[in-house]
Design a protein around this ligand. Structure first.
Ligand code: SAM
Length: 283
């Protein structure tokens, strides 16, 4: 339970482009708290000036968060309320704040979310890709080998994949996705959301790569990349076909190992399926 005389840590989402997206509640909280912990105080100053909010700020970014956290928790324990903001969107979502929220909660401080803009949710909501189940992968590793390895691990993921990406790596990342997921996999590039040049384009990875290569304007601004998950039904049918053929020629163990390699599926799942196919064919 939070003590009455303790402060509250508000985790406040800020706009990802359009300043009108700062909610009325967010405006009120930012004006009322004793202190705002901001990723970049100069950046947040523009937002605060726009709304004529004069609350003092302190810096809280990736490089000082661990060191600053104890002092901020102390302030909260002493009764000061604090708002945590990042440069854009929801704090902690590929942004600083995790250390502070974890430490505040561990100290019994109440953390209250003030929800608002988040690029991944905004992009997903208009992508036209399935939204019932999705995986947020944040930023891919910047180095090619690590990036490809990460993508390979996601090759047979059936949920919609959502990535943040620095726009100067857009071409490289799309090429790697094309290599790993295949040129025909559908994907979406959501650019400059809530801004003047907003665009959301869905196509195959091959067509999206050609589009990005064709126009240098597309390689500016901010992007979210979404990739359709591997069609689950098709995979199951394909796996069954492959497995049935292999089982006719090979012992179960070998057939399962080969089918797992060919489909990218899990050995245990394929083994279970092999047993079921075996039983069916014995009837
Ligand atoms: N915390 C933020 C949020 O809630 O979306 C994300 C911060 S992360 C450091 C920045 C990345 O978010 C960008 O590289 C881009 O992938 C995505 N992003 C942020 N604003 C965007 C916008 N207006 N349009 C498209 N993508 C955006």
């Amino acid at each position: 339970m939070t003590e009455r005389n303790q402060g509250v840590l508000y985790v406040v989402a800020t706009p990802i482009g359009n300043l009108d997206d700062l909610s009325l509640r967010a405006q009120r909280i930012l004006a009322e708290v004793e202190l705002i912990a901001a990723e970049d105080t100069r950046h947040t100053a523009v937002l605060l000036n726009h709304f004529e909010i004069h609350t003092p700020m302190t810096k809280l970014h990736d490089h000082n968060e661990a060191q600053r956290t104890p002092a901020l928790v102390k302030k909260l324990l002493a009764g000061d309320s604090l708002a945590l903001v990042s440069d854009a969107g929801t704090p902690l979502i590929s942004d600083p704040g995790f250390n502070l929220v974890r430490a505040a909660r561990a100290a019994g401080i109440r953390a209250i979310p003030i929800p608002g803009a988040c690029a991944l949710i905004a992009a997903l909501s208009v992508s036209g890709l399935p939204t019932d189940r999705f995986v947020f992968e944040g930023f891919l590793p910047p180095k090619t080998a690590a990036r490809r390895l990460r993508l390979q691990q996601l090759q047979s993921e059936t949920r919609t994949l959502v990535f943040y990406e620095a726009v100067h790596r857009l071409t490289e990342s799309l090429s790697d996705m094309l290599q790993v997921f295949g040129s025909e996999r559908r994907a979406v590039i959501a650019r400059e959301l809530t801004k003047l040049h907003e665009s959301v384009r869905q196509d195959t990875l091959a067509a999206l790569l050609a589009w990005v290569d064709s126009d240098s304007h597309i390689r500016k601004g901010e992007v979210v990349i979404l990739v359709a998950g591997l069609a689950a039904k098709r995979t199951a049918i394909e796996t069954d076909k492959i497995l049935t053929i292999l089982l006719e020629e090979l012992p179960v163990k070998q057939a399962v190992a080969l089918a797992a390699r060919l489909t990218g599926g899990k050995r245990n799942t394929i083994y279970q399926r092999a047993l079921e196919i075996g039983k069916l064919s014995n009837i």
